[in-house]
Design a protein around this ligand. Structure first.
Ligand SMILES: Cc1ncc(C[n+]2csc(CCOP(=O)(O)OP(=O)(O)O)c2C)c(N)n1
Ligand SMILES: [Mg+2]
Length: 338
């Protein structure tokens, strides 16, 4: 692990992340599998004509769940605000969201609590947890994050703003607006700026567009501490997030994490949604670690997969009987009501 800031390094030298106990690891594994299985069933729904477009986060479970478990969850400026993107289901399911609600949004039912069936799947909006509405426009979340960052700077306390997005999006000006606004002298903002680097923007390979694979370093001229972490590794992700959060909660200043992640099913249903060979699978990696450490067994892991597969199968059956969003719903669930 290398942290690229003298201030952060000095302060964080003796930093101890909250311990990842065996029990916590098992709970995290459970939510990682829940998230993956939810992606798998929503991909199948798309294929079966039961939902019209799929996009999600298979491959981002290690980093996302590590984040979801460390969020200070609640409503209002004393708690963390989350400005997420369409691959953030591991974070939200990690925070405790029920997979049936993701299936509802995929189906477009009135019972979808995030948008009443009016938005794409994995486009969350959860007022009780400060999850502001996810938009399909990439990178705009790095600008809305400034708003809650300002509120929290003025409010004080330990609540922070978390913004999450992809590598290609950092080429848009919104990313730099976030760096700029969060480092105004004396008015720095408590924002955890995350870039999930999966090496693609839809079908464009990052190396054909970006001058460097190191996007986090772009915070350096702004004086923002940054680090790059293996986002497929739970232990490394857990520690990086803990370190960053501790810095931001205490100093009320921004911090950048670039998480190297896999993209296990391509971009979305627009590119087919098939499983991609040759990418590291974070859940397989975590299971190997836990089995090796004697925390769990292969049979126990299989039981977790089977539990969530049965749960999501039953959930889908239920959701297929629920009413679809209707024309009249166009004027309810407006963002102003969140
Ligand atoms: C403002 C805006 N421009 C373009 C698009 C089309 N678009 C959707 S996803 C995407 C690529 C995003 O890549 P990246 O930021 O790396 O995130 P990833 O999907 O790889 O997680 C683009 C260009 C969009 N949704 N919004
Ligand atoms: Mg990408």
């Amino acid at each position: 692990m290398t942290i690229h800031s003298e201030t952060a390094t000095k302060r964080q030298d003796d930093f101890q992340a909250p311990p990842l106990t065996p029990e916590l690891k098992k709970q995290m594994h459970d939510r990682m599998v829940a998230s993956r299985v939810t992606d798998e069933i929503t991909i199948r729904m798309n294929r079966a004509g039961q939902g019209f477009f799929w996009i999600g986060g298979p491959g981002e479970e290690a980093f996302g769940t590590s984040l979801g478990f460390q969020v200070k969850k609640g409503h209002g400026p004393d708690y963390d605000f989350l400005h997420l993107h369409y691959r953030s289901n591991p974070i939200v399911i990690g925070m405790g969201a029920d997979p049936i609600d993701t299936i509802r949004q995929m189906r477009g039912t009135q019972t979808d609590p995030y948008s009443g069936g009016r938005n794409f799947v994995n486009h969350y909006a959860i007022p009780a947890w400060n999850i502001v509405p996810v938009t399909p426009t990439i990178e705009t979340q790095y600008v809305t994050a400034i708003g809650t960052g300002i509120v929290q700077k003025r409010h004080g306390g330990t609540g922070i703003t978390i913004v999450n997005g992809g590598d290609a999006g950092t080429a848009e000006g919104d990313f730099y607006s976030c760096l700029n606004w969060s480092t105004i002298p004396g008015k720095e903002l408590p924002i955890l700026i995350i870039v999930n680097h999966n090496k693609y923007g839809i079908s464009t390979e990052a190396h054909t567009i970006q001058s460097s694979e190191n996007l986090a370093k772009r915070g350096e001229p702004f004086g923002i501490p940054w680090e790059i972490v293996d986002g497929n590794d739970v232990l490394a992700s857990w520690e990086a997030i803990a370190r960053a959060m501790s810095y931001i909660r205490t100093h009320r200043k921004p911090y950048i994490i670039q998480a190297e992640v896999s993209r296990l099913h391509g971009h979305s249903s627009a590119t087919g949604g098939n499983r991609v060979a040759g990418e590291v699978d974070a859940i397989e990696k975590f299971e190997a670690h836990m089995i090796e450490a004697g925390i769990t067994t292969r049979a126990e892991c299989d039981a977790v997969w089977e539990k969530w597969r049965a749960y999501t199968r039953d959930a889908l059956k239920q959701v297929l009987d629920e009413p679809l969003a209707a024309d009249r719903d166009a004027f309810i669930f407006k963002q102003t009501e969140n």
